[in-house]
Design a protein. Structure first.
Length: 138
């Protein structure tokens, strides 16, 4: 491979990694948007925050999951010498499931103690099952 071709491949890999890093950062940022000011009247602010524990728990769990995914994704790029369209689409599909994480996190937190808790848990778990499948294929 000529030095020009190698430089081109390196630039393309850098672009893909940069794009992916941006999507991971965006997904982690979206997680915090599920947090709301406590609006329960007649209780202390601490009690209002305490009533939101499912949202905090879901946020921490999903934040750590996305963080682990990002670290592994970042380390994966230490071994990538060349990318092609198939790899780019698989990477994009992985990122699709990463950006679904804020939605599924909010969904499960909002439905944790409702009649829809089983559905919320199935959506949350199913999304991560598909995400891990795509990651392993990638």
């Amino acid at each position: 491979m000529t030095s020009a071709a190698a430089a081109h491949e390196e630039r393309e890999i850098g672009r893909l990694e940069g794009f992916s890093d941006g999507v991971f950062a965006f997904a982690i940022t979206l997680l915090v948007l599920a947090l709301k000011q406590p609006t329960v009247t007649g209780v202390t602010p601490f009690q209002g925050l305490l009533s939101q524990w499912p949202t905090f728990f879901a946020l921490v769990t999903s934040f750590m999951t996305i963080l682990v995914l990002w670290v592994n994704h970042h380390n994966m790029f230490n071994y990538i010498l060349r990318i092609n369209m198939e790899f780019m689409f698989l990477n994009g599909f992985l990122l699709f499931f990463v950006v679904l994480t804020p939605f599924t996190t909010s969904f499960i937190a909002d439905n944790l103690f409702s009649n829809g808790s089983e559905t919320a848990a199935a959506v949350y778990t199913g999304t991560f099952l598909l995400l891990s499948t795509v990651y392993n294929v990638l």
